[in-house]
Design a binder for this molecule. Structure first.
Ligand SMILES: [Zn+2]
Ligand SMILES: [Zn+2]
Length: 354
């Protein structure tokens, strides 16, 4: 192929991709590009019930994705009805991880939409079901058949059931683009208490940049964003739980600095296990770009950009950037947040004494 032909084809593809994006947006006119919080323990919508846990309806690019399902089947069902969400019209469900405050509403989802595709992390002998070649266990040919598993003739592949028998699970082991521009980031927690816990985060490329929805961020919100930045370094919005609910001021400051200064996250819509002091710190750091995302809130996002689209000029972090980000992350109180909070506490103390 000549250089001219290559350029011509590249141009043609760009035009077609752009047209598809525009048509896609126009055809699905309406409030389709939004994220609606269906389950959380804070919020202003009086018609919904607050409870610990997380769920969000992600409507982007004509896709309707249910991300997590909350902590209690009945509360989840009531909140879904309060927002008039039709769960029979879902493209798929994502279960971020195996904690019950993200999964308990799945029973309700399956009661109205039993065949819906559900993406979940692949875990050995996990709650979503799994399988292994029967060669995984040691054999002893000398034993009589009635002392041997399967009388000494196991199936080639042994399957282990899921807690939702018959549900249409697709288990995700590594970061996968499951639809054009829609990627499930698969990471593993290395934190004591949740070590080896696998978690999926949802990354969607939009015309505004990457929109990232996280469940609990057990692998670390910084690790998730680092992975997301390799898809598109322009991170437009992060919504969900950052798991800093019991973190120290120092740890919070480091994460806030990482999100704001290193990854230049544009907008932040924290919820669930992010934590009250982290809400305060993020609000202070992001100002107008802190988007309130309590239960019932709908966050408007950009329209989908499709697969492979890279927006923004910022290059992905190279090795040098990563070194400086880690150095920054290691710095004490980079935003002066700890000092600010200490001052605040002292002022309050003075006021009480008076
Ligand atoms: Zn959680
Ligand atoms: Zn969790």
């Amino acid at each position: 192929m000549t250089q001219f032909m290559k350029l011509f084809l590249a141009g043609l593809i760009t035009v077609v991709v752009t047209m598809t994006a525009v048509v896609g947006t126009a055809a699905a006119a309406g409030p389709e590009n939004q994220i609606t919080i269906l389950y959380d323990a804070f919020g202003k919508d009086g018609s919904m019930q607050k409870d610990w846990g997380f769920s969000a309806l992600v409507e982007v690019a004509g896709k309707r994705i249910l991300f997590d399902t909350g902590n209690d089947r009945d509360i989840f069902a009531a909140n879904v009805k309060a927002k008039k969400v039709d769960l029979t019209k879902l493209d798929f469900v994502v279960l971020s991880h195996r904690h019950s405050d993200h999964m308990a509403g799945l029973a309700y989802v399956l009661s109205v939409n039993p065949k819906v595709k559900i993406y979940a992390p692949k875990e050995g002998f996990g709650i979503y079901g799994s399988s292994l070649p029967s060669s995984f266990y040691r054999k002893d040919e000398a034993l009589p058949p009635d002392m041997r598993y399967f009388d000494g003739r196991p199936p080639a592949v042994m399957t282990f059931g899921s807690a939702w028998q018959g549900a249409n699970f697709e288990l995700i082991d590594k970061t996968t683009e499951i639809a054009p521009g829609i990627t499930l980031i698969a990471l593993v927690s290395d934190v004591p208490g949740t070590r080896e816990l696998k978690e999926l985060s949802l990354a969607i490329n939009t015309s505004d940049g990457l929109v990232l929805v996280v469940g609990c961020s057990h692998p670390g919100i910084d690790k998730i964003v680092e992975a997301a930045a390799t898809i598109n370094p322009k991170i437009h919005l992060i919504a969900g739980g950052f798991h800093l609910v019991a973190a120290s001021d120092d740890a919070i400051s480091k994460i806030v600095a990482t999100l704001k200064d290193t990854f230049k996250v544009e907008n932040i819509a924290p919820g669930h296990c992010t934590g009250e002091p982290t809400f305060a710190a993020l609000k202070q750091a992001f100002g107008d770009h802190y988007i309130y995302a309590g239960i019932g809130t709908s966050l408007v996002t950009g329209s989908a950009g499709g697969a492979g689209q890279r927006r923004g000029e910022a290059p992905a972090l190279d090795a040098d950037d990563l070194v400086s980000y880690r150095r920054l992350a290691a710095r004490e109180d980079p935003f002066g947040l700890a000092t600010w909070r200490r001052k605040l506490a002292n002022t309050e103390g003075d006021a009480t004494r008076r």
